[in-house]
Write a new protein. Sequence first.
Lengths: 263, 671
Amino acid sequence: MPESSKMKKPDVKVVLLGDMNVGKTSLLHRYTEKKFKDTISTVGGAFFLKQWGPYNISIWDTAGREQFHGLGSMYCRGAAAVILTYDVTNWQSLAELEERFLSLTDTANLDCIYAVVGNKADLTDPKAQRPQETDVVSEDRTECEEDQTEPQVTSACPTPPASPASLSGLMLHQQVTHEDAVAFYGRILRYKGLDENNSLPAEKMCFETSAKTGYNVNTLFETLFDLVLPSILRKRNENQESPTVDLEECRGATGKRSRSACC
Amino acid sequence: MVTHRAHHLFGTYSEGRDQPRPPSILIGRLNLSSEIPDVCCGIAPDVSAVHQSDWDGIMERDNHQEGEAQGVKICDPPSESNPLAHTLATSLSLLGNHMFPDQVERNDSGTANKEETVDSFISDITAEEPSLDAESHSNQVTKLDTEETENPECQNIASTQPTDGGTEDAADNDQSDSGEFVVTMLAKAKLEEQGLGVKGRSSPLLEAGTQECPAFITHREEDVTADSWRQHRKHVFVLSEAGKPIYSRYGSEEALSSTMGVMMALVSFVQSGDNIIRSVYSEEHTVVFLQKGPLVLVCVSSSRQSEQQLRGELLYVYYQIISMLTQASISRIFEHKKNYDLRRLLAGSEKILDGLLNLVDSDPSFLLAAVHCLPIASSLRDSLSQILQKAITPNLVFSILIAKNQLLTIVQEKNVIEDSRLEPADVHLLLNLIGASSAFQAGEIWTPICLPLFNPDCYFYAYISYLDPPECTVCLLLLSTDKEAFYAVAECKRKIEEAMVAQNSLSLIAKAHSYSVSQVGVSDLRHFMYKPFDVPDNYRQLTQFTSPEMEAPYSSEEEKMRLLDLYRYMHSRIHSTSRPLKLIYHVAERETLLAWVTSKFELYTCFSPLVTKACAITAITKLLRWIKKEEDRLFIRYPPKYSTTPNPSKSSRSGKSDQQDSTDNGFLSLL
């Protein structure tokens, strides 16, 4: 993936936010590499480029640790979509989203879209436990990599880091229900001063996923990418009209995000 | 400067003493040499052969710190052991000392290893390099002299005994008090651990523990009451001044909260007497304390390393914590709230600390406080440096290229380097960070990091990206002072990547590998570590060392560790605070080692066991010549610089001349 996207300019920015150990890196890893890996705690933030048809989507995977909180607003600047991630088995992780992370999104685009994602669904939901060979895939835009065979998911990596209980195969108590997430989504819209009727409906923007089995992961990212496309197109149009000269293009080098997108 | 010795705590401890001593902790620097007739070095026991012990035994007695740390097992029938001492020993086991064996073998048959000074060699050196002696401290000279004499025994004893006797007398007054205190504290902790609940300072710790989400790393779930936990070679604990656990290498911090409470009690007790606890020695373990600001670091080690080495390792742990949080913010936090649970901020960083401690155990660069760079042709190194030198952006201060966890090249901002230099310890922390953040190697990482020796209160922003996915061996590290500079710095990476593709650098780097000791062409030489000191002309340079691959017979992990332990032993002797040495010739069980430190370099060599002294000396001369010949390949000679902050006064002055500056590095100028 890096080879193919290396020289491309990112068109849109997506940011993963959430408390420590909710599985942000694992979600992204599941989506980009199609496997679940026992990752270690992210330091700072990690930047990825994803080819989505003709577009380049940059994804910022941030550290959930409080230690790196100071960088949050930098990651969110100019974001077109923010994925707020919590752990379905940990009520606190949803509360943290509201307390710590929501304010970071102040620097995101005004038309930024928000997704509320409950990860680790495999620990509470039997239907999320089956390895998901292919999620709902919208064929027209996917690259061939989407069809790669599923590597041995469950055997190689026994458990997501923060859930030792899953070792025993026990079902954990689901602490955060879908309704809680929907209610939280409503509060995000209110925080942003958005009208619920003109915004994307909560049912569409609240997901429960499992990075371990792959449940709903592709759906999440692809739904988001589809939704941010208008933002990309609008930006492209703006850029065409914009009098700004892109110095980077003259040198044939890319990768630097156009400043005009920033607030 | 107080050394606590719990040596007595474990009942009787030397032959011929029928009455067990009451447990005690001695305050003051004691010389116990007269009480330990049979102390010997236990690194390579070879009980059958006792050669050359005349000199060595004396040396050990004089060097009692090491001697005790490496304590011989001293016999004592279990039945005789004093009940008080026994209780105390059980309690002290809370500190990780599980060392009260049921049956201890009597090992009074004599010294275990053969060691001798190289009398003739010393005179050779003095002849070759007169400055050596001139620079050394006068006492060192006298020590070297005594080593040379035929019968050094009486001289050494005569010189050390009187002064030490005085210290001991003074310290004896304190014995009973502190001993009792320790007993009480430890017994209290034991009760707590058994759930009998002595209410006191540790209750907030337990409270904090319950709030914490479950620990997720397997060795954090270790049962801290199990024998296997106690048998770990080296434990490291970090706690706050309020006694709150912050980090434990093995086992969860919550489970260890009462143990840490005891540690804090020891620290504060000694502190209340306007003193600082530095270490506690027991038969098999050394407990070293390090207080840094509001943090207390404790190491419980059975590795037989010296106290200074262990303290150095604790310092690395402290620096790693600083590198994540900065000293200023830690002080601020604890000023504001004394009983803050620092794990809130460090959560998730345990693996970085774990990784650091594993590296410290397995990588000699920490011991030598020097950086290991990958040997490559100087032309390739220069071209890589030039690539880095060209890809700059405002506020970029360091560009570092790493392959296989070894340094390829480092380019520094000119104005920065004029004020300060990058310390090896900071580079080690960066390398550890890279190792720890490799979970998602395809991405580009942007993270704040503090370089504690450069400036403990400020953050740099580190850009980390691998240049050769998916192998991920070549890593680019760019440090900027601007938090927002990610996209600009990422752009530098693209330029570097393009230039490296154009020059086919990656495939050249892939061919580079560490060298074999056979290239030196000295048959008996098995391994060496050579660290040149920089000379005044070039004092801004990063301290480096070179070392070949560890090859057979040091191919297995155990053997590697054994060789490293031997090196650590040699290092501790060379750098002993009580009696530093310039040269040691050490005949161990399965190899012969020679360590030599001069004003120009520090050298550790390992030979096959049958080498003679004369052979070893010739081999070292050859080795030094070889290093001199290869130094362009082995070391980064002239680290280039760039200027990213426009500052006409400075840039006009130096220009590119820095790079051309061909001052002699001082490598082996004595040859």
